[in-house]
Design a protein around this ligand. Structure first.
Ligand code: DOR
Ligand code: ZN
Ligand code: ZN
Length: 423
């Protein structure tokens, strides 16, 4: 296959280039390659997007999402590789569940799926999960996502074990005692709505703890979905001291504020909660200056029965795979400070390097994982059009730029706009 006349995003910038794909790999990159090909005039070719924080809900919560619906949503959103979180039922805390997920992903045959194992058995916070066995079965990281490991001692042990196996701990940062049942950010809008709030410190204290452990042990740690200005600052200062900390954020934290809760739309309920304008601005600055390394969706699909209830009782989470690219492009590149190469780093090269995954760059010899978008296409987010089972998005009705046209995995077209997902 030859891809012709696309605007190709490389680390050096964007250039009109042709790409020849052979045996699933990028075989040639040149201004002009002879032969018939797919004409990409006017379209932009990104390295295949990678989302290192996705909830696929399988096994156990297939009413919310399953491997097939989740992978279809992923390729529709431009993702060629995703990592799935272990807060399923059963929890991914042993090699059997990791192997099951790998098998299901292979059967589905759309994007690459990398399981993340739990830190503790059953995510109960008491004893470490079978970390080495999960790594051997294909887990790419460990995480207690959905919660923090309560005991700093167990967390320290987890970091040491994980490091022995070349894995990173991905830390959801939340001090449960301080959250104390809060469902939104504590501030003006929590007062206005009467919804119970939770302060920034509930997230920051745990970010600080994980940084302290990483620093003391001289081991790496990765901070999940950073939402506070103060959390960004903690990570910035830690990086400046040489702590091996990396971090992610999500489109909702740089696009929305807690104003979105004022009409009690439960689709705005997410953990950590949407915060204030100064947090939103700080998250963008963190992405710009390299404090935050990557953009993830924290794709958290829920069944409508879990969202169409009163705010306090609704499930936390946003269905994000099908809106992440357009929101990120629109907010950060089109209307924001980032170049397309910087956006590609946040959505592809950096997550690949954090988890030592193949891919992330358009270079000769790399897997032909490519995401092709029309950046001039404006569209309106409509959850009715989602292929994810999770229709829960606070972005419904929002206009965005950037439409995914093709998603190519190992040289095969797995998604084509307007067509069915292909095998
Ligand atoms: O909003 C969230 N949803 N935050 C989490 O940490 C977990 C996730 C979920 O699993 O639904
Ligand atoms: Zn989380
Ligand atoms: Zn999550």
């Amino acid at each position: 296959m030859i891809l012709k006349h696309g605007n190709v995003v490389t680390e050096e910038g964007v250039r009109s280039l042709d790409l020849r794909i052979e045996e699933g790999k990028i075989a040639e990159i040149a201004p002009q390659i002879e032969g018939e090909g797919l004409d990409l005039t006017g379209l932009t070719v990104f390295p295949g997007l990678i989302d290192m924080h996705v909830h696929l809900r399988e096994p156990g919560f297939e009413r919310k999402e399953d491997m097939t619906s989740g992978c279809r949503a992923a390729v529709k959103g431009g993702f060629t590789q995703i990592c799935c979180m272990p807060n399923t039922d059963p929890v991914v805390d042993n090699k059997v569940v990791v192997t099951y997920l790998k098998t299901r992903a292979k059967e589905t045959g759309l994007c690459k799926v990398h399981p993340i194992g739990a830190i503790t058995k059953g995510q109960r916070g008491e004893e470490l999960a079978a970390i080495g066995a999960m790594k051997a079965a294909g887990a790419v990281a460990i995480s207690e996502d959905g919660t923090s490991v309560p005991s700093a001692k167990i967390m320290a042990q987890a970091m040491q074990y994980a490091a022995d196996f070349g894995l990173k701990c991905l830390c959801h940062c939340e001090d449960k005692a301080l959250v104390d049942g809060g469902v939104v950010h504590e501030g003006y809008y929590s007062t206005l709505t009467g919804l119970k709030g939770s302060m920034r410190a509930a997230e920051d204290i745990m970010i600080a703890r994980e940084i302290c452990l990483a620093e003391s042990l001289n081991l790496p740690v990765h901070i999940c979905h950073v939402s506070t200005y103060s959390g960004v600052q903690l990570i910035r200062e830690a990086k400046a001291r040489g702590v091996q900390v990396t971090a992610e954020t999500c489109p909702h934290y740089f696009t929305l504020t807690d104003e979105a809760i004022r009409d009690f739309d439960t689709d705005s309920k997410v953990n950590p909660p949407l915060r204030e304008e100064k947090d939103r601005v700080a998250v963008i600055e963190g992405l710009r200056d390299g404090t935050l390394d990557c953009i993830v969706t924290d794709h958290a699909p829920h069944h409508e029965d879990e969202k169409r209830v009163e705010y306090a009782l609704a499930a936390f989470g946003i269905s994000g795979l099908e809106t992440s690219f357009a929101l990120s492009y629109t907010m950060l590149a089109k209307e924001g400070p980032l170049s397309l190469s910087e956006l590609a780093a946040l959505m592809s090269a950096n997550p690949a390097s954090i988890l030592s995954l193949q891919g992330g760059r358009i270079v000769r010899g790399a897997p032909a994982d490519l995401t092709i978008a029309d950046l001039n296409a404006e569209w309106t987010i409509d959850p009715g059009q989602f292929v994810s089972k999770g229709k829960n998005t606070p972005f419904k009705g929002r206009k965005v730029f950037g439409k995914i046209k093709f998603t190519i995995v190992d040289g095969e077209i797995k998604y084509r706009e307007g067509g069915e997902a292909e095998k």
